[in-house]
Design a protein. Structure first.
Length: 245
């Protein structure tokens, strides 16, 4: 019979929005062991593991799953890094407001997946009279909620600036920024604001087939993609809008 030190730990690991795997480890194995297996088995390099509570950074690699309280079960998410290394990038203290927003959005994204994975409800937000569970509200919003491919194509068929919010009903950060997207649609009547559910249309609307994280905002001008932003970051969304309006 196994003792508590050797008891299996089941890690549910989200590699991407489309792929989630489960791997079995021992409590005494380190995060470095987890990283090595993921890297070799799934051919993924340059990534950081994120738990529901914190980013498992360079300093975490020598710690065991038991030390990190990642047992008997845990859910982790993979964030790909743009650095030339097979080890996770070391996390540093945020130095600017933008850095803080980025780190916050990563944490919210990881938590939104964990709540969705275990079916414990959506990301907690104040209820403001939602029309549905997307996070969008009434009150004169000019956001077009796409219900068909033909509707999307008709809305995009303009030379004006078109902003497409690609989100998912299980995504906490999507719900968080939705009211701000509503607000922008009222403030900029010459801009076309579109909301698309990734899970419903990722295989039928070609413009969003490459989306791998939500929320993603795609900006089209004269029917051509000019830029895109990722995450629930108000500043980057507004900056891109003002630049291309």
């Amino acid at each position: 019979m196994k003792n508590m030190e050797s008891q299996d730990v089941i890690l549910k690991i989200r590699l991407s929005q489309e792929k989630t795997v489960e791997e079995s480890f021992y409590q005494t194995q380190t995060i470095a062991d987890v990283i090595k297996r993921i890297s070799e088995k799934y051919d993924i390099s340059n990534f950081t593991l994120i738990s529901s509570m914190k980013s498992l950074n360079k300093e975490s690699e020598s710690k065991t799953l038991k030390e990190l309280d990642l047992y008997p079960k845990a859910s982790l998410s993979v964030r790909i890094e743009g650095v030339p290394s097979h080890q996770p990038a070391q996390q540093t203290a945020p130095s600017t407001a933008q850095d803080k927003g980025y780190i916050s959005s990563i944490a919210e994204y990881a938590w939104s997946w964990i709540t969705w994975s275990f079916g414990i409800g959506a990301y907690s937000q104040p209820q403001l009279g939602n029309d549905d569970n997307t996070g969008y509200h009434g009150g004169g919003s000019k956001v077009h909620h796409v219900s068909s491919v033909s509707e999307y194509n008709n809305l995009k068929n303009t030379n004006n600036l078109v902003i497409v919010d690609v989100s998912a009903v299980w995504c906490g950060p999507c719900k968080k920024i939705a009211p701000y997207f509503d607000q922008l649609s009222n403030q900029h009547p010459s801009v076309v604001f579109i909301h698309v559910d990734l899970d419903k249309f990722k295989n039928t609307i070609s413009d969003i087939s490459d989306v791998r994280s939500v929320p993603t905002f795609k900006f089209f001008k004269n029917k051509r993609l000019v830029t895109e932003t990722k995450g629930a970051n108000r500043d980057s969304l507004l900056s891109a809008l003002n630049q291309h309006k």
